[in-house]
Every structure is written in C-alpha cells, then in structure tokens.
Design a protein around this ligand. Structure first.
Ligand SMILES: [Fe+2]
Length: 203
C-alpha cells in the first residue's frame, strides 16, 4: 500500500496531496562497475534469450509530485540482488552465487504521464556483515526536475519485514511494501505483477 493521500490544508477544497514516499539508505551496493540496462528488463541479458533465475515479476507505477501532478522524464535507477541474495558488486561478501544472466542494474525514464515499468526477478534475502538478514528488496533512486528520492521497495508476506531495521526505521513502512499478484491479463509464464507509485516532494 503505497499511495496514501490526505486532503491538502491549502488550495481548493477538493485538492488532494499525496504522502511523500519514505526515503531509505542508498546502501553499499549501488553499481560502480556495471552499465545500466536501458531496456527496462533486468531478467534477461541484453541481446540474449537467456533468463535470470527466480520468480519473474513486473513492477509498474507512476512518479508523482506530492501535489498529485505526474513527473515526466524522471530518471529511475534500479539495483537489486539476484534470486540467491547476491549483488554483482565487489563489496558484496555474501557467498551466494552470482547468476550469469542477472546484472541487477537498470535505468528507466518516466513517460509524459510519469509512468514507468520494469521486468525483473524477485530478489532473495541476504545476510549483512553485522548479522542481520535483509528481506527481499529493490533499491530505487528517483530523480525528477527538482527533487531526488532514494528508497527501497519490499514484498508483502516476508518474515524479515517485521525485523528489518531499515524498513522499520521508515515513518510509514507499509508504504514501501508491494503485493505481488496474478496480472490482470496473462503476461508470460508464471510472472507476477505489482504496482508501486513513488511520490516526490516536488516534481
Ligand atoms: Fe540491498
């Protein structure tokens, strides 16, 4: 549930303002050696028909200003672990294997309505050097014309969501949790879909 809103205190009586998406830390695994995939598809290497391992998912939504106005041409960087919980990053000491078909880094641009979508696999949970188990999550950095937000989205039903200190440090953790569902129209195979709107303070 990420698109909560409340009535604005100023402006027209019917004007509505959306609650800003809670920020999260960048974390240690922002890609430094990889080029982003610009095709909105993290689950398949560019120019290949091979598929990454894991549950295929589609994530889509809109980038909006808190006024409700869409943010066109916003840049969204996405990075995440593979299905085994491993980042393709030199700082990741997790012993889980890399997936040769999963790079885990993409860059999107919203359309004129602020819409975005991408195809990926559900990431795995992973241990941190401090002994935490991080629940499955996807990192996102969203840059509009006037504002930038770094956050993480999480998946409903994960036991580690209840104990993850980064998720639970958010003022409204529930706004960062998406629910995977059967798509309204069959996408492909066993793919699941989820919706995640991202609200910036200003466009
Ligand atoms: Fe992470």
């Amino acid at each position: 549930m990420n698109h909560q809103w409340s009535k604005a205190r100023t402006g027209p009586a019917e004007a509505r303002a959306f609650a800003i998406t809670p920020p999260q830390i960048v974390g240690p695994f922002y890609p430094i050696t990889e080029c982003p995939d610009l095709a909105s598809d993290l689950a398949r290497p560019s120019g290949s028909t091979a598929e990454a391992q894991g549950q295929l998912i589609y994530v889509s939504g809109r980038v909006l200003a808190s006024s409700g106005a869409p943010v066109p041409q916003a840049r969204i960087d996405i990075w995440q672990a593979n299905a085994a919980g491993k980042y393709r990053h030199p700082s990741d000491t997790n012993r889980a294997p890399l997936d040769p078909n999963f790079k885990g880094f993409a860059r999107l641009t919203t359309d004129t309505s602020g819409r975005y979508s991408f195809r990926t696999i559900k990431p795995g949970a992973y241990p941190t050097p401090e002994g935490d188990i991080r629940p499955p999550h996807i990192h996102m950095s969203v840059e509009g014309r006037f504002d930038r937000l770094v956050t993480q989205l999480y998946f409903a039903g994960e036991a580690e969501n209840l104990t993850d200190r980064w998720l639970n440090a958010a003022p409204h953790p529930e706004r960062l949790i998406i629910t995977l569902q059967e798509p309204a129209s069959r996408l492909e195979g066993c793919a699941l879909a989820a919706h995640f709107d991202i609200i910036l303070a200003s466009g």
